[in-house]
Write a protein that binds this ligand. Structure first.
Ligand code: FAD
Length: 455
């Protein structure tokens, strides 16, 4: 017999929030302010038992289940109309085993939580470039960041996960247990279960050398062409990406240039500090740097350096593509649309995903695009809901111009809610196997509030 809300409240160790409770609006809100959904219940999970209770409650009552880790999903997959939210944002512990060079993060931990914990031991793994983003959502979709070229995607460093599946069981997924589930979770997003915790392998990374450099738009083509050629064979300890960016009012940028649009290049070098500038010298020789904030800093400092540009509560609309070659035509399209970036919070990043990420075969994990060299994100982010039309139009126009010069698929974590028709393309040759694993672990599609792989 299905459990009632009252029974769920008694079972759960954490709070269960419904529309009649104080704090409902706060409990249903996610990072993207465009998303305004009204779940029947938000279960503020504090342990694995609470996740099991939320899963069983949703399944037995035939309700959709949204799983919230860091809450940063642009399509707002961390909440749902008339369904149940398993909110893991109260489960943020990160335990580091420095001897074994591993860390276990609970399913609601953010990259800020993770990096602070591991940096205390001079260790790290690939995470996202904004510290408030969730470890679970980012890793299960892929995981692109400063360390991708040296350490692979975040999911390449996942050693195991404790997973609550649709039948309410708690399983370990790893190379040795439930290997098919582990394969599918590494790229398949939240389609297969709730990760109560994730265990990662770590690498020695302590101080890095890097930060942003700002170039005039007149030099953007030269910088993009330099980046394309340099990154193909750059040392793997070099991470970095170009970005079209309006200058925020920061002290290192001349005041009279605040609000102007630039081509920024953000770098991160994890090798010997004395070698750092060797990588950047050709770039410095290429074009004058208008402003920069480059130097040695702890790894978590770079990973939180841009947090203030993307506070919670902005409107978000994003598009994404994988790119094999950054051709002259592709660069021309970027030069046409990038400088039109309409808000200081918005940006376009062209991330490199070569190096260590390409030493994993396309069918070794569910993440299929191992031969792509770049992952482009056109990230529309702005504060004013009245400006939605103009900002989404910029994203759409930019995406339309670059799509014909890109692969058919893109990175699921950079996509919007209207990208569900691209799911097959995103997984290419891995799609059929993903459907099989979905049929095994979630035949009724309980986990459907995501970039959904239908059973
Ligand atoms: C400001 C910003 C910066 C970003 N930067 C990067 C970046 O540098 N690199 C990068 O690769 N991506 C980046 N992303 C994209 C990011 O990877 C996705 O938005 C990702 O889905 C966020 O995960 P989350 O846990 O914060 O989000 P949520 O909204 O909580 O979840 C997103 C998806 O993951 C699932 N999920 C979350 N937690 C769990 C769990 N414990 N178990 C099972 N499923 C779960 C959810 O059901 C949902 O489908 C960024 C996004 C934003 C908004």
């Amino acid at each position: 017999m299905a459990t009632s809300i009252e029974q769920l409240r008694q079972q759960a160790h954490g709070q269960v929030v419904t529309s009649t409770d104080e704090g409902y609006d706060e409990a249903r809100a996610v990072y993207n302010a465009m998303i305004d959904r009204r779940p029947s219940a938000v279960v503020r999970c504090v342990d694995t038992d609470d996740i099991v209770a939320a899963v069983n409650f949703a399944r037995d009552n035939d309700l959709a289940l949204a799983v919230r880790g860091g809450g940063h999903s642009v399509p707002g997959f961390g909440t749902v109309d008339d369904g149940v939210v398993a909110d893991l944002s109260g489960m943020r512990r990160v335990d580091v085993d420095a001897g074994a060079k591993t860390a276990r993060a609970q399913g609601g931990a953010t990259w800020g939580d993770f990096n602070d914990a591991t940096n205390a031991f001079g260790l790290a793994t690939t995470g996202g470039i904004i510290s408030t983003t969730g470890v679970a959502g980012l890793t299960l979709g892929g995981g692109i960041g400063y360390l991708t070229r040296g350490c692979g995607l975040s999911l390449d460093n996942l050693a195991s996960a404790e997973v609550v599946t649709a039948d309410g069981k708690v399983l370990t997924a790893s190379e040795r247990e439930h290997e098919d589930l582990f394969w599918a979770m590494r790229g398949g997003g939240g389609n297969f279960g709730v990760a109560a915790s994730l265990e990662f392998r770590l690498q020695p990374v302590n101080e890095i050398y890097g930060g942003p450099m700002f170039f005039e738009l007149a030099n953007a083509g030269d910088v993009l062409r330099w980046y394309r050629d340099f990154i193909a064979n750059a040392p793997e300890r070099f991470g970095g990406f170009p970005a079209f960016q309006i200058a925020p009012p920061l002290p290192f940028i001349p005041e009279e240039r605040h609000g102007d649009t630039f081509l920024a290049f953000v770098s991160c070098w994890t090798g010997p500090v004395n070698d750092a500038e060797n990588n950047l010298k050709p770039l410095r020789d290429l074009a004058p740097v208008v402003a920069e904030h480059v130097g040695p800093m702890p790894y978590p400092a770079l990973n939180s350096a841009f947090d203030a540009l993307v506070p919670p509560g902005l409107q978000h609309y994003w598009k994404a593509n994988f790119v094999k070659e950054l051709t002259d035509d592709a660069i021309a399209a970027h030069l046409e649309h990038g400088p039109k970036v309409p808000a200081v919070n918005s940006t376009v990043h062209i991330y490199p995903i070569n190096g260590a990420a390409q030493r994993v075969a396309s069918d070794e994990t569910a993440f299929a695009y191992r031969e792509a060299n770049f992952a482009t994100v056109i990230a529309g982010m702005w504060p004013d809901p009245d400006a939605n039309e103009a900002n989404t139009a910029w994203v759409r126009d930019y995406a339309a111009a670059t799509a014909p010069l890109s692969e058919e698929g893109g990175y699921i974590n950079f996509m919007s809610g209207d990208d569900q028709d691209r799911i097959k393309a995103n997984y290419k040759g891995n799609y059929d196997r993903l459907v099989e694993v979905k049929r095994t672990y979630d035949p009724s599609n309980l986990f459907r509030v995501n970039q959904n792989i239908k059973p």
